[in-house]
Design a protein around this ligand. Sequence first.
Ligand code: SF4
Ligand code: SF4
Ligand code: SF4
Length: 232
Amino acid sequence: MAQFALVIDLNTCVGCHACATNCKEWNTQASFGPLSDFDPYGREPEGVWYNRIMTYEMGEFPNTQVFHLPKSCLHCQDAPCVPVCPTGASYKREQDGIVLVNYDDCIGCKLCSWSCPYGCREFDEADKVMKKCTLCIDRIYDESLPPEQRKPACVLTCPARARFFGDIEDPNSEAYRMIKERNGFVLFPDMGTNPANHYLPRTETKIHIDEHLLRADNPLFLEVVRRHHVGL
Ligand code: SF4
Ligand code: SF4
Ligand code: SF4
């Protein structure tokens, strides 16, 4: 069986949010209907986002690292959000493994969001139904688009080329090749959900910045002196 999925390179992602923004743009104007926005230009903009970018900082100054983790529905092969749905609205397609929600049958009970270990379901407070990443199913099968455009909006927009798409069961697909060549891994494998989306690991890069930090014209110089010599 085919299993379509995203593969995301954590070594290359710069956390620019272009994928999340283009996802919102495409999925608001395409066949699944608008995604709600609440207070979009206010202090606490919120609403439905299929793709969210989380940014983490690790370590202690000056030896810190920042990494970005884009996360959307992982289209799990053993998706726990499917059997819990009392109406059958939440389902996994046989032909390509994409997990979808039928809005006509969804009663908004949120059981599926409680069962998702990754927090990837998005309840639309305006429409009162559950929504989530569709892998841009309305793009990837659209024969009116040129073949190179039949990809999820997030993949097409990523300026760092950190995102790949394809059938992870097909050795000829880019997604399959990336996982094999770059040791692709999945989130929380012990959950038994067998996610289809994979990540490519970060490789540690050693940078020796001490010499530059200690230059008097470096704005961080005073901070280094303060921490290392004054002991604050
Ligand atoms: S990531 Fe969550 S919503 Fe998506 S298929 Fe897996 S369990 Fe379901
Ligand atoms: S919120 Fe909708 S899709 Fe989720 S379990 Fe309830 S009826 Fe099914
Ligand atoms: S568009 Fe690419 S680089 Fe930017 S946050 Fe998304 S995955 Fe990362």
